[in-house]
Design a protein around this ligand. Structure first.
Ligand code: FAD
Length: 142
């Protein structure tokens, strides 16, 4: 059964850009093996990640992620069965906080800063739809 899971978490203080790079490299390999696709956004000390794939595989990845000391306060924002994937080409796409995509982050946020914790399912869906439609914002993590 195909599912989509979206969660947000807060970056731990000691987590660096090289940690994020390492997480992405690991994700591309592990997710590719598990048939999990998705995108990881990293901005303003917050991670927002979308995982999609087989329900069991997505659950396994999510549980592994929850135990990772490089972030905290993980909150499940959305979990749903889906008919198809959004991120067919991305084992783990990456969207960083650049000037170019700042407006995209703010477009779906009710606050001045990007705050996925306060986003509803409709905004989350629309946000990731727009992310996937703008592949230039995604890092080369196929
Ligand atoms: P190894 O890389 O061998 O790691 C073994 C253990 O050490 C794991 O428990 C790991 O959490 C821990 N560890 C590894 N490096 C560090 C470090 N630098 N500091 C502290 N602990 C460390 N993994 C995926 O497979 N797919 C994803 O989509 C994914 N998304 C992530 C998103 C976020 C926001 C974060 C923080 C992590 C994510 N990870 C993801 C990484 C995940 O949490 C595990 O670290 C990784 O899956 C473990 O890979 P592995 O089983 O090959 O073990």
């Amino acid at each position: 059964m195909l599912v989509r899971l979206i969660y947000a978490s807060r970056v731990e203080r000691n987590t660096s850009q090289s940690d994020v790079r390492e997480i992405l490299e690991k994700s591309v390999v592990n997710n590719g093996r598990a048939g999990v696709t998705g995108a990881l956004c990293f901005t303003g000390g917050i991670f927002l990640q979308c995982l999609e794939g087989d329900r069991r595989e997505v659950s396994k990845v999510y549980h592994r992620i929850l135990n990772d000391p490089r972030h905290a306060d993980a909150e499940l924002l959305m979990f749903e069965e889906v008919a198809s994937r959004n991120f067919t080409d991305w084992n783990m796409g990456y969207l960083g906080y650049t000037q170019e995509n700042r407006s995209l982050f703010l477009k779906y946020s009710s606050k001045a800063e990007f705050d996925p914790y306060s986003m509803n399912a409709m905004s989350l869906r629309a946000f990731f739809d727009e992310v996937v439609g703008s592949a230039k914002w995604l890092g080369s993590q196929k």
